[in-house]
Design a protein around this ligand. Structure first.
Ligand SMILES: NC(=O)c1ccc[n+]([C@@H]2O[C@H](COP(=O)([O-])OP(=O)(O)OC[C@H]3O[C@@H](n4cnc5c(N)ncnc54)[C@H](OP(=O)(O)O)[C@@H]3O)[C@@H](O)[C@H]2O)c1
Length: 250
């Protein structure tokens, strides 16, 4: 049995709490939040604290707070020589106060409190300063997900940049697609099978092989017509930039 304390009450903390609550070989002993009392039903009220000085003994302390607050929260922990990890994609492990053993437990997924996910499919990237802690994090992660990766802070930073491209930027492009549909009074729903097939396709083909469209074919007349039709300057810039990137780099 691995005992865990989760620190935070946001998107990631809530999904971790759910995953740990449902697992019989993990003992979620406590959750700290500054003020929130809104947690998954599986967490009993007696396990919630709003005071860092009341934190109880655990094998692992997971700090799932905003990137900006990780260092401050880790320095306020009232104990030493415990394993304390953060969940950030971009922050180095060393941002954690070194009075405790530092580590990372980064679930590579987009989490919103309101949206359920199949947690076992989330890859978890772990990092630690020694083999024993890495093994403990590997054991913990393996209890809740299928795939665990040992990743350095430098690799994780690049992975996070890649994640911004494939998730946040793609989602922003959905937003632009939605705006165009609204403007022309067409339901965005029509695009959903295309969105789903585009995502599914990369399970079978490399992203370069899966690419289609006017830029890939270098159909310059179509590209020109699109650019003439797009009135919004921001959309036009993004269209030009992505078209050129596909032409130059595939
Ligand atoms: N969301 C994702 O998709 C995702 C995916 C992977 C990793 N991550 C990483 O996971 C971490 C948490 O992200 P999130 O999306 O869960 O954030 P979030 O939903 O915005 O929640 C942030 C949490 O940080 C707490 N917090 C902020 N400043 C604090 C402080 N000074 N002292 C104590 N608590 C403080 C907030 O508490 P209050 O409610 O009291 O303000 C809240 O519980 C970040 O490092 C993020 O990079 C996020």
């Amino acid at each position: 049995m691995i005992s865990v304390v989760v620190i935070g009450s946001g998107n990631v903390a809530n999904h971790l709490i759910l995953a740990f609550c449902e697992n019989k070989s993990i003992d979620l002993v406590q959750v700290y939040s500054r003020k929130s009392t809104f947690f998954p039903d599986c967490l009993s009220n007696s396990k919630i604290t709003h005071d860092l000085s009341h934190l109880v003994e655990a094998d692992v302390y997971i700090i799932a707070v905003s990137d900006n607050a990780i260092a401050e929260v880790s320095s306020k922990l009232p104990f030493e020589n415990k394993l304390v990890v953060h969940t950030s994609g971009s922050m180095p492990m060393e941002i954690l106060d070194n009075k405790n053993q530092q580590g990372v437990f980064y679930p590579l997924q987009t989490f919103s409190k309101e949206k359920e996910i199949e947690f076992s499919k989330v890859p978890i990237c772990i990092e630690a300063t020694n083999e024993k802690d890495l093994q403990l994090l590997n054991n913990l992660a393996s209890k809740v997900v299928d795939k665990v990766y040992s990743i350095s802070s430098e690799q994780r930073k690049s992975l996070h940049i890649a994640a911004v491209f494939v998730s946040n930027f793609v989602n922003h492009l959905y937003k632009i697609g939605n705006d165009i549909c609204i403007e022309k009074n067409v339901p965005f729903e029509i695009l959903k099978p295309l969105i789903e097939e585009t995502a599914d396709k990369i399970n079978f083909l490399s992203p370069s092989k899966a690419q289609t469209g006017p830029a890939k074919r270098q159909d310059t007349k179509t590209i020109e017509e699109h650019l003439n039709s797009i009135k919004d300057e921001n959309q036009k810039e993004i269209y030009k930039l992505l078209t050129q990137s596909i032409i130059n780099h595939g």
